[in-house]
Design a binder for this molecule. Structure first.
Ligand code: THU
Length: 153
């Protein structure tokens, strides 16, 4: 999908701006994520690595935690994810990792509606659209523990 939808292009631009702040001295691979909320506002995140490696946080997780901090976890409608090597040698189409898919599942179920997932490389190119039901089928989530969506309508 090559999008000319201005909302998607805006979200992609926000993800790329966030990517510029990646703390990725170990992998040298920067990722940015941008969430579009119900009111059109945008919340971003970038990967935040750690010298202990395993404690590193992905861009999508940071963005979702930021939305939650604003009391907006259930208001996430879409996410854009971009990434690539810091030296510019690789501009991957970054699809959320397994842990981020599970965290997206939390937001999607609390929202009570699907979150559109748009993935692209660091510098442009095609935008691939995914849905979480495909990326994480048969997911375990809040409803399995009796937690209903926040959104009632
Ligand atoms: N990374 C993300 O931020 N999101 C993903 O979905 C995949 C990977 C980060 C983690 C690490 O800082 C770097 O990319 C290389 O794996």
């Amino acid at each position: 999908m090559t999008s000319r939808d201005p909302d998607i292009d805006l979200l992609m631009a926000a993800a790329r701006a966030a990517m510029a702040h990646a703390h990725a001295p170990y992998s040298r691979f920067a990722v940015g994520a941008a969430l579009r909320l119900t009111d059109g506002s945008i919340v971003t995140g970038c990967n935040f690595e750690n010298a202990s490696y395993g404690l590193s946080l992905c861009a999508e997780t940071v963005a979702l935690a930021n939305a939650n901090t604003q009391g907006r976890l259930a208001d996430v409608r879409a996410i854009a994810v971009v990434g690539g090597a810091l030296d510019g040698s690789e501009s991957a189409t970054v699809t959320p990792c397994g842990r981020c898919r599970q965290i997206l599942q939390e937001a999607e179920q609390m929202a009570g509606r699907p979150i559109a997932i748009y993935c692209a490389g660091a510098v442009g190119g095609a935008i691939i659209e995914h849905d979480l039901a495909t990326l994480l089928p048969h997911a375990f989530g809040p409803s399995d523990l009796g937690i209903p969506p926040i959104r009632k309508s």
